[in-house]
Design a protein around this ligand. Structure first.
Ligand code: 1GP
Length: 258
């Protein structure tokens, strides 16, 4: 019987205890190892639950490895890989979102890359966390490269059906992705409809730029909120991450009717 690993258990417990959590995304193609470590440490101190490392066009594995090694030297919260392809796998992380882009039109992104990458995940001792990746709306680089047929912004019921199918297939997290830097994030209506359809944790990311974007989506039922671009572009990283961590807390209080 397959049991959830350490990082997965930690995330689930954290969601149970805190209601919802924030995770920053660091793109190793856009961030130096030093900056990545600074962001990681700042995130840990501000109350983020983990750090995700990845990007849609990651190709240079040594760069990825260096970023993760440097973060690891300074941070104790888990580092979770967010792979775009086989080039997104590093032995230095704690876990990997073992993800399938469910609404890709190319089977490579649904199961092909996973078949090719599985043995490396095992060999490296990475904890795989099964996750359904669903692209909504714009989709950005992830949608383009992953050859997704994005779910229209005004068809939340289709996203809900994908999410339910993912749960029935045994996936343990669902990620609604609008695409990094998307002009419009995943609509609140889509988040709430998906939340009502599934029992597994729901991740939302892509184009979340301000506290209200985050608060509204947590209030609608997101368990994990991911922000990348806005932190990369922030003049004050500490202020930016604290803003999102607090927005997650407020969003959950609102959801509970507080
Ligand atoms: C992208 O969902 C993540 O894969 C984060 O998106 O960079 O827009 O925050 P942003």
């Amino acid at each position: 019987m397959v049991q959830a690993g350490k990082v997965e258990k930690y995330l689930v417990e954290k969601i149970r205890d805190e209601g919802a959590i924030h995770i920053p995304l660091i793109d190793p193609e856009k961030t130096s190892p030093e900056n990545a470590a600074d962001i990681g440490l700042t995130a840990e101190e501000a109350g983020s639950a983990a750090i995700m490392v990845g990007g849609s066009t990651v190709a240079a594995i040594p760069k990825l490895n260096n970023v993760i090694k440097r973060i690891k030297e300074r941070v104790s919260i888990p580092i979770i890989l967010f792979p775009n392809n086989l080039t997104g796998i590093s032995p230095y992380a704690d876990a990997i979102w073992f993800m399938s882009l469910l609404n890709s039109l190319n089977p490579y992104y649904i199961i092909g890359a996973q078949v090719l990458g599985a043995s490396a995940v095992k060999e490296y001792g990475l904890e795989p966390i099964p996750m359904a990746y669903i692209i909504v709306g714009d989709g950005g680089a992830a949608g383009f490269i992953g050859q997704a047929q994005p779910i229209p912004y005004d068809k939340p019921e289709v996203a809900a059906l994908y999410a339910l199918a993912a749960q029935y297939l045994g996936m343990r997290f669902v990620y609604l992705e609008a695409g990094s830097g998307a002009v419009k994030p995943v609509p609140v209506k889509t988040v709430s409809l998906v939340r009502n359809m599934i029992d597994i944790p729901l991740i939302v990311g892509g184009g979340l730029r301000n506290a209200k974007d985050v608060e509204d989506r947590v209030c609608a039922g997101a368990d994990i909120v991911v922000t990348g671009t806005v932190i990369e572009e922030a003049l004050d990283v500490k202020e930016s991450i604290s803003l999102f961590v607090n927005a997650v807390r407020r969003g959950f209080q609102k959801r509970r009717g507080g």
